[in-house]
Design a protein around this ligand. Structure first.
Ligand SMILES: Nc1nc2c(c(=O)[nH]1)N[C@H]1C(S)=C(S)[C@@H](COP(=O)(O)O)O[C@H]1N2
Ligand SMILES: [Mo]
Length: 505
């Protein structure tokens, strides 16, 4: 049987655990120093490949939420156990101070142990100490006289204890809620991203893309360039690594004539380019939203690569990021790539690989390593993170024409505008064809201007008279004249294929 005291202890401990986690979040925000992060990392690492694949394929964002929820629950339980010990010690020693010190000090140690950051860990320690310090009651004040006994005591005493407990628990939950809301507001007030070093030429590139773009009726449909805050995001971890430009370096290792480490200042001193490069994730649905375009500021990889004299037998390299991500593909492909420190003229935001990421034209998103730290030249091919989990996503992108919800607009005069983006990597898009009769007949859509030398999507637009329900189908033809594959397949393992179709009108 659980008696009143035990229930009270459990409730207070849970409240203290939640308050400790919230306090850590208040101190650190959603950064690697937040106590949930190491546990989340463990959850990710311990999850078997097929489940990760299932989560991506079937659950999508829900999959992320689930593993975050598991990690948060585990961390609340850990801090709850420390608080519970604090309550016990308080009762043993009959001292509120000692109990609070044990709960607070223990939580601080636990947080510091988990994150390695001792100052931020105070954020976890203080609320835990407060909950235990305020919540604990001496034997003389509890109905059952402390640790053991049953609730046979005077109703007035029971009531007073209950009020005290609920007050402390409500206070702790209020703290959790205020922290969750307040910290987010604080983070979004971080202000605009600074301009990237040597990004002066990016503005001209952005204007050039703008000038060649189609005007859409729908205001929600992206133009040629995706705004930074709306650019899609795919990460293996819930927490972005925090790497400052002065800490950052890139090391070439493995089968090289000579290893080499490049620092940030050295990198940005190299010849600068501003390139439009579109990214698409191999894991997205045929008509999914993990396709975006930006203008990136950076420097070509080829000269750096040649300077280390790659010598491996497989002509292949493993790239690694600070988050533990790794991907392997041919050196020839890497040599066409780009090391970027700017996005649409701004410093790379943390979610897109601050301070430096790789961009590989025409290849699936997973080759574009963020928070890049190492390029290892190999002798033998090895699987990357996603390849170990069953994907084949290091090759060239498939051709696709999208028709998103925002791309269908009733113009009010009986006509409907269909609009979207089409992408075929470095092959380019030659034509987008639209059918409004389920694929019987086809019309060429209007296209935004073709941009040479880039790896960038094109916009398409087609207006037609709406006369009842129509089945619309769209398909693209790439710059080599090849029609988008008709045969339908899911995204696993090498990207979705088929033609996007939807009912309109
Ligand atoms: N270090 C690192 N790089 C990474 C990833 C990652 O999880 N970690 N995800 C890859 C995948 S699968 C894709 S589709 C792109 C997405 O880039 P974005 O988040 O900037 O859109 O980054 C790639 N680079
Ligand atoms: Mo991806």
């Amino acid at each position: 049987m659980i008696n009143v005291t035990e229930r009270r202890g459990a409730l207070l401990s849970a409240a203290a655990g939640a308050a400790a986690v919230a306090g850590s979040y208040l101190a650190t925000g959603w950064t690697p120093s937040f106590v949930v992060r190491p546990v989340d990392q463990a959850v990710v690492n311990l999850t078997p490949g097929p489940i990760v694949t299932f989560a991506i394929e079937t659950l999508g964002e829900t999959g992320h939420l689930i593993h975050i929820a598991i990690a948060v629950a585990a961390v609340v339980a850990l801090f709850g156990a420390v608080a519970f010990a604090g309550l016990r010690v308080a009762t043993r020693t009959d001292s509120r101070r000692v109990g609070a010190a044990v709960a607070g000090g223990g939580s601080w140690l636990l947080a510091a142990g988990l994150t390695g950051v001792s100052l931020g860990a105070l954020g976890a320690g203080l609320p835990a100490a407060a909950v235990v310090g305020i919540g604990w009651l001496p034997r003389s004040a509890t109905p059952t006289g402390g640790d053991t006994g049953t609730a046979r005591d005077a109703p007035a005493v029971v009531d007073a204890v209950r009020r005290r407990t609920l007050g402390v628990v409500a206070g702790a939950l209020g703290f959790v809620a205020a922290t969750a809301v307040g910290r987010r507001a604080l983070a979004s007030g971080d202000g605009p991203l600074p301009d990237a070093p040597r990004s002066e030429g990016a503005a001209a590139r952005l204007q050039e893309l703008d000038a060649g773009s189609l005007a859409f009726e729908s205001e929600d449909l992206h133009g040629m360039v995706t705004p930074i805050g709306e650019f899609y995001n795919v990460d293996i971890a819930e927490f972005d690594p925090e790497v400052t430009a002065s800490e950052w370096s890139l090391t070439f290792t493995g089968e090289t004539g000579s290893d080499r480490t490049v620092a940030f200042d050295e990198l940005i001193d190299r010849p600068v380019e501003h390139r439009a490069i579109t990214l698409r994730c191999v894991g997205e649905d045929l008509n999914g939203r993990k396709l975006d375009n930006a203008v990136w500021t950076g420097t070509p990889i080829r000269p750096l690569l040649e300077s280390v004299d790659p010598q491996g037998d497989c002509n292949c390299a493993m790239l690694r990021g600070e988050d533990g991500y790794y991907v392997q593909f041919p050196v020839d492909v890497l040599a066409q790539g780009f090391l970027a420190w700017g996005m649409n003229g701004k410093e790379l935001p943390s979610g897109h690989g601050h301070p430096v990421r790789v961009l590989i034209p025409g290849h699936w998103g997973e080759t574009n390593v963020k928070w890049l730290s190492e390029i290892e030249l190999l002798n033998v091919e090895e699987d990357g993170y996603w390849e170990e989990r069953g994907w084949e996503g290091t090759g060239e992108v498939k051709t696709v024409a999208k028709l998103w919800d925002e791309g269908v607009t009733e113009l009010g005069d009986g006509r409907i505008e269909l609009a979207g983006h089409a992408y075929a990597g470095t092959r380019g898009i030659e034509r987008v064809e639209v059918s409004t009769d389920g694929g019987e007949t086809w019309t060429d859509a209007d296209l935004s201007e073709a941009l040479p030398d880039d790896d960038v999507w094109r916009q398409w637009r087609h207006v037609f008279e709406a006369d009842g329900e129509r089945e619309v189908v769209v398909r693209a033809v790439d710059g080599e004249g090849t029609l988008q594959t008709r045969e339908e397949s899911g995204s696993v393992p090498s990207g979705a294929s088929g033609w996007v179709r939807r009912t309109v009108g």
